[in-house]
Design a binder for this molecule. Structure first.
Ligand SMILES: Nc1nc2c(c(=O)[nH]1)N=C([C@H](O)[C@H](O)COP(=O)(O)OP(=O)(O)OP(=O)(O)O)CN2
Length: 369
């Protein structure tokens, strides 16, 4: 459930890490995860927290964090089977969700490794995802002369395959392993290759790559819900079979204080964060360029706003005086949309996974931060 202000949806987010052991007995004999083993888990909760629930306006993310930390501490350095019989990622996410004493929980995600996880959405559906890497070269043949992406260059690309399926009663490893088996022939085509030489990838933007991957995979994986392509660590595209979305991350190092925090709350004093700002844009694909909006144009348009925030005291700007991530994300959404009407959503994280999401619609894949 999201909190809504006129046309905007707002989600607060928090993440907690915990180390724990588990064995998953329902897996077939011989499977590596049948034996006792351990993971460094990350749990993330997203909630549209109603006004007046947190101890002070602007304290929502911290209040959610405390709740999530409490749940994680019940699991930390323990054997998960003592809490739940089949501690798959999906079951863990439900277990945590059921113990969060927070109104407006929208989704809960669990990552068992940096490369895989499950998210339980507001309709109780499970979305599993798994991340793959490949090394490849490309050039964008239609960009204007002098554009750096017109030159032959390369990336360590990352792809996340998201499948929407309810794993209840089935073995989680079948699904992760199934994704692996579908990815293997694609990896053989793209890894250590020049993408422009692959039929269908003559203009290999992130957008074109995401829809090309979708076309390869969807017939074999009807539950495929999104394909996400990271072109670099800070930008990429997502395709859901119909619509494209891109995102671009920015990092700002800024000071802040929470105006409404009580004096005994550390956030009432001047402090600071290395924030991650993630701008999501949604637009029809340009038929020649093969992209929605050039990442470079997003950077150029956002640059003055970026410069007004980076290495500045945010709370000294009248619109940001409250100092919390929701206020910052709302302001960024309003201010940036005037210059970039394709802006669909803004995420502001003050810590790993902890922050606020603001936009017209907040559905879509939650990308690991
Ligand atoms: N919408 C798209 N825009 C751009 C794409 C694309 O696929 N879709 N691709 C490129 C280039 O190939 C390029 O490699 C990406 O460059 P850039 O946007 O500059 O991203 P960086 O991470 O290198 O930028 P930083 O300066 O590190 O922020 C261009 N545009």
């Amino acid at each position: 459930m999201t909190a809504t202000t006129s046309t905007l949806e707002i989600l607060h987010a928090a993440r907690a890490r915990f180390e724990a052991a588990r064995q998953i007995d329902m897996l077939p004999d011989g499977h590596r995860c049948r034996g006792m083993h351990g993971h460094g888990f990350a749990a993330t909760a997203y909630a549209g927290i109603p006004v007046d629930w947190a101890p002070y306006p602007g304290g929502e993310v911290n209040a959610l964090q405390q709740q999530l930390d409490r749940c994680a501490s019940m699991l930390s350095y323990g054997v998960l089977n003592q809490q739940l019989a089949q501690p798959t990622d999906e079951n863990l996410a439900r277990w945590i969700r059921d113990r969060l004493e927070v109104p407006g929980i929208d989704r809960v995600a669990v990552q068992s490794t940096p490369h895989q996880g499950v998210e339980i959405d507001g309709r109780d559906h499970a979305h599993i995802w798994r991340r793959y890497r490949f090394q490849a070269a490309h050039r964008l043949p239609h960009v204007p002369p002098g554009h750096k992406c017109g030159r032959l260059h390369g990336h360590g690309f990352e792809v996340i395959l998201h499948a929407s399926q309810n794993l209840a009663g089935t073995a989680e490893r079948i699904d992760y392993d199934h994704l692996d088996s579908l990815w293997a022939p694609i990896a053989a085509q793209v890894n250590y290759h020049y993408l422009n030489e692959i039929p269908g990838l003559e203009n290999p933007t992130s957008e074109m790559l995401s829809s090309w991957l979708w076309a390869q995979l969807k017939p074999q994986l009807p539950t495929l819900s999104w394909v996400t392509v990271y072109e670099t660590a800070s930008c990429g595209a997502t395709f859901d079979g119909t619509d494209y979305r891109i995102w671009k991350d920015f990092t700002i190092d800024s000071a802040v204080r929470h105006r409404h925090a009580p004096a005994n709350e550390p956030r009432s004093a001047i402090h600071g964060h290395t924030y991650t700002l993630r701008l999501h844009l949604s637009a029809p694909i340009h038929q020649v360029m093969g992209w929605t909006v050039d990442f470079g144009d997003v950077k150029a348009v956002f640059d003055p706003i970026f410069k007004s925030l980076d290495h500045h005291p945010l709370h000294e700007q009248p619109e940001l005086a409250d100092g919390d991530t929701t206020t910052i994300a709302r302001w960024l959404h309003a201010t940036t949309r005037r210059q970039l009407p394709q802006l669909a959503r803004v995420d502001v994280f003050e810590s790993e996974g902890g922050g606020s999401l603001v936009g017209g619609h907040l559905n879509g894949p939650v990308l690991p931060v």
